[in-house]
Design a protein around this ligand. Structure first.
Ligand code: ADP
Length: 632
């Protein structure tokens, strides 16, 4: 490797990020320290983990430490660690480009977000290292890889457009980040400022963050001692009674990058065949990284206090991917590869336990803080819902956690399946729902008239994922889930044969006239409206067809059933007209209008809206011209 100095350009995306960081994120500039300490801590975790299989790389130094060195004379603050370090290549790669796919999303969201939200973005996207340029006009990085004593690297930049790298000797393993503080940022050299910031942002970092300070000894002499600034408390190892809400909140914020409080804390020791400590958090809102792409999820996995993985996806199923936290196992083997570890059956056992605990915590939250739960559900209920389809063991518990609007709730208010079932009248056997795009479109659907008249509630499902989840939720607590607009309705009196006979001729004519209609029949659902469309039990249904069409999956539209209200005056009138004069053009017009109003009423789109308008206008014209309003 050559030791010559090179000047390299930052990649253009990175230049944009740097520009934003130095100019717009200024109001929370002190987070730079948290970011750099957190990088140092990660580097120590990495070397500690790698040394499990290669002890030599530690070079006899396993006294993990992050040291802050303020130098007033030089105007520099140095953050030094004895972590894994970087080679010349990795420095260029890590500090010269932003390889992360989230960067574009980050840039876009920064542009879109108001300045109040910006500090959150820094933490959540880990622009990490570059936040140094908020307080420094020049940053020097000296680093050397663990186990490679031959040569270190020196990287330097003013954060404008380029940086330099050269190979230099460095005695110790790890990284020094030297910040040449801007003229008006010299406050970051003050020991009390540094103490305060470490306490505020990095208190739970497991490795000691130290600083040399001048103290008087017993003999009143001044001497330099190394002070540890963070309390290094591994909260998950302590008992619940010893942890305050503030500590939980601060720890959650440190590991999640969230700036708000968690909605629920889950802290316990799992016992039985295996022992593990659990500290999990349910966020109150959708974590920022989940709004862009598919971030890694799963709690941090420690084995006897050694961090093994930042995100252990084997520990939680995807439908609980919003949960943040830590699991520390005493029984997993320490020195196996991460790949092998992920196949360890113990992880599955722990997962089962975590899922139960998270579902229980959500249930508690739903009962004891319904408002907080409702806020949580609005943002993350859609994710949780996937569990109904994917988690067969806990399907009903997940279903218990769902909130739905129904025809008996006010708009915006919700009910749940347990509440629904509890309120079912004795004669009602099944659970009824109607799916659609939004409440306003479906709550007045004619198919609901019979339910309203009987006083039966109908759940209104308006989240597209409901359609995919429902087949798995075929049954809930022994009751069938049935679409209000599908199949025959339980408890309806059979329509007398002679009544049906009367309509045979008209219905035959209608089937011929109307495209895509599989059957026309008398309805036992309709009370006020003249007509409605329903589907066969098990057919796709109107909402699902709309969703499939949006996904570009539109197949051949399934044939629908048109139901008519035999008591409605329009239906009566067309029955009479058709019996008397089947070729009267007014027959066709009325039949089409009955069909078209059923389409509109279920929230679907007309194929021929102009034709519909023409037919309505013909009627209006007649109505106005004869003045009586009685003509048809
Ligand atoms: P992040 O920490 O989110 O990955 P950063 O921009 O803060 O993003 O850092 C980029 C990369 O540079 C890190 O992923 C790491 O590989 C490397 N790095 C940063 N600081 C250190 C350090 N103190 N020791 C070793 N590597 C580091």
């Amino acid at each position: 490797m050559s030791s010559h100095q090179e000047t390299l350009e930052f990649k253009s995306e990175l230049r944009q990020v740097l520009n934003i960081i130095t100019h717009s994120l200024y109001s929370h500039k002190e987070v730079f320290l948290r970011e750099l300490i957190s990088n140092a801590s990660d580097a120590i975790d990495t070397v500690r983990f790698n040394s499990l299989s290669n002890e030599e790389m530690l070079e006899g130094n396993r006294e993990w430490k992050i040291k802050l060195i303020p130098d007033t004379a030089a105007g520099t603050l140095t953050i030094t660690d004895n972590g894994i370090g970087m080679s010349r290549e990795t420095v260029v790669e890590n500090l010269g480009t932003i390889a992360r796919s989230g960067t574009k999303a980050f840039l876009e969201s920064l542009k879109a977000a108001g300045s109040g939200e910006r500090p959150e973005l820094i933490g959540q996207f880990g622009v990490g290292f570059y936040s140094a340029f908020m307080v420094a006009d020049r940053v020097t990085v000296l680093s050397r890889m663990a186990g490679d004593p031959t040569m270190g690297v020196r990287w330097e930049s003013d954060g404008q457009g380029s940086f330099t790298v050269e190979s230099v000797p460095k005695a110790t393993r790890g990284t020094d980040i030297i910040l040449h503080l801007k003229e008006d940022e010299k406050d970051f050299l003050e020991p009390w400022t540094l103490r305060r910031l470490v306490k505020q942002f990095s208190d739970f970092i497991e490795h000691p963050v130290v600083m040399d300070v001048e103290k008087e000894n017993d003999k009143k002499e001044k001497e330099i001692v190394e002070e540890t600034l963070n309390s290094r408390k591994a909260l998950w190892l302590r008992s619940k009674a010893d942890v305050t809400t503030e500590e939980y909140n601060a720890f959650y914020q440190q590991i999640s990058g969230d700036f708000t409080e968690p909605a629920k804390v889950i802290h316990y020791t799992g016992e039985g065949t295996t022992e593990f400590k659990v500290l999990l958090f349910i966020p109150g809102h959708k974590p920022f990284d989940m709004q862009f792409g598919e971030p890694k999820y799963g709690p941090k996995l420690y084995i006897r206090r050694v961090l093994i993985m930042d995100h252990c996806e084997q520990l939680l199923p995807p439908y609980l991917r919003f949960v943040r936290g830590v699991v520390d196992s005493s029984d997993l083997p320490l020195n196996v590869s991460r790949e092998l570890l992920q196949q360890n059956p113990l992880l599955e056992r722990i997962q089962r336990n975590l899922v139960k605990s998270v579902l229980k915590a959500l249930e508690e939250m739903k009962t004891s803080s319904p408002e907080a739960y409702s806020t949580f559900f609005k943002e993350l209920g859609g994710v949780l819902k996937e569990g109904i389809a994917t988690d067969h063991t806990n399907r009903e518990q997940v279903a218990d956690l769902m909130l739905y609007e129904s025809i008996n709730t006010e708009s915006g208010k919700t009910t749940s399946l347990p509440e629904y079932v509890g309120a079912m009248p004795a004669e009602q056997k099944d659970i009824y729902y109607l799916t659609g795009e939004n409440r306003a479109l479906i709550e007045h659907a004619p198919t609901l008239e019979i339910f309203r008249s009987r006083g039966w509630d109908v759940i209104l499902m308006t989240d597209p994922i409901d359609e995919f989840v429902l087949p798995s939720l075929h049954e809930y607590r022994g009751k069938h889930l049935k679409a209000a607009d599908k199949g025959d309705l339980e408890g309806s009196d059979a329509i007398p044969e002679e009544e049906k006979k009367k309509f045979e001729g008209l219905f035959g004519y209608m089937k011929q006239t109307l495209p895509g209609i599989q059957e026309v029949r008398l309805s036992s659902r309709l009370k006020e409206s003249a007509s409605c469309l329903v589907s066969e039990e098990g057919a796709l249904g109107a909402n699902m067809e709309r969703i499939m069409a949006k996904l570009g999956q539109a197949g051949k539209a399934s044939e629908r059933i048109l139901e008519l209200n035999g008591n409605h005056p329009v239906v009566q009138a067309v029955l009479a007209l058709h019996a008397k004069a089947p070729d009267d053009p007014r027959c066709e017009r009325v039949v089409r209008l009955l069909y078209e109003q059923a389409i509109i009423a279920e929230g679907s789109k007309l194929v021929d809206p102009q034709g519909f308008a023409r037919r309505v206008n013909d009627l209006i014209a007649r109505d106005l011209s004869d003045g009586t309003g009685a003509g048809m």
